[in-house]
Design a protein around this ligand. Structure first.
Ligand SMILES: CC(C)(COP(=O)(O)OP(=O)(O)OC[C@H]1O[C@@H](n2cnc3c(N)ncnc32)[C@H](O)[C@@H]1OP(=O)(O)O)[C@@H](O)C(=O)NCCC(=O)NCCS
Length: 188
């Protein structure tokens, strides 16, 4: 029986990550990027996230990468440094088999080990029921909807914001707020 494993991504996973992302860029509104980046660019993006100390994970089954997920800063300004945005992409041939769930569970767990307090899902297409349902299962709630802010594949796209706390008991506490190195917090 095949077994799914979630592990940190390495530079060697870039081609598979690019292959999976490319499908969603070209054929879906899950990402509002319009041109699929190649493996080199995906490797650069992964390295940047890892440099920031944030988790970048892949799910592997029978030696093949079937999905990936990462956390990144929600917004570039340093005042947002305790809030992360999650991203998850599953191989279109391997959806609905628990991969997204395994990746999101592991990503939340990894973020709970860091200083971050809130996780945001920016769902580029409000009609993306798979992503909305997946996030609901992990306690995310819709906190906003931006109407017709995107345009892709011949139609306007709403952006849905979903949010969950990372460790409810620390939501209002200012303990450990010095633990994000602001020299790492630099986004162009
Ligand atoms: C969203 C996505 C990551 C889900 O991955 P997945 O491996 O298919 O998800 P899972 O099999 O772990 O499903 C977990 C739960 O999510 C929900 N879900 C997943 N696909 C769904 C669908 N097509 N319709 C409704 N709910 C769905 C269900 O609640 C499901 O649980 P269930 O199968 O017990 O009902 C995947 O569809 C994907 O890569 N979509 C394109 C990229 C994307 O939208 N990413 C999110 C951007 S923030």
């Amino acid at each position: 029986m095949s077994k799914m494993v979630v592990r940190p991504a390495t530079a060697d996973d870039a081609a598979e990550i690019a292959r999976i992302y490319s499908y969603h860029v070209v054929h879906t509104r899950a990402s509002l990027e319009l041109e699929a980046p190649g493996a080199e660019e995906m490797a650069r993006r992964r390295a940047e996230i890892v440099r920031r100390g944030m988790p970048y994970l892949v799910a592997e089954e029978d030696g093949a990468v079937i999905g990936y997920a990462y956390a990144n800063y929600y917004r570039p300004r340093a005042g947002y440094r305790f809030t992360v945005e999650d991203s998850i992409y599953v191989d279109p041939a391997r959806t609905r088999r628990g991969c997204g769930q395994a990746l999101l569970a592991a990503l939340i767990e990894a973020c709970l080990q860091g200083p971050w307090r809130q996780m945001i899902a920016v769902i580029g297409d409000g009609d993306n029921a798979a992503s909305v349902r997946l996030h609901e299962r992990f306690g995310f709630r819709e906190v906003g909807r931006l109407i017709s802010v995107g345009f892709k594949l011949d139609r306007w796209v709403d952006c849905v914001l979903m949010q969950r706390a990372l460790g409810a008991e620390t939501m209002m506490s200012t303990e450990n707020t010095g633990t994000v190195d602001s020299s790492v917090y630099s986004i162009d």
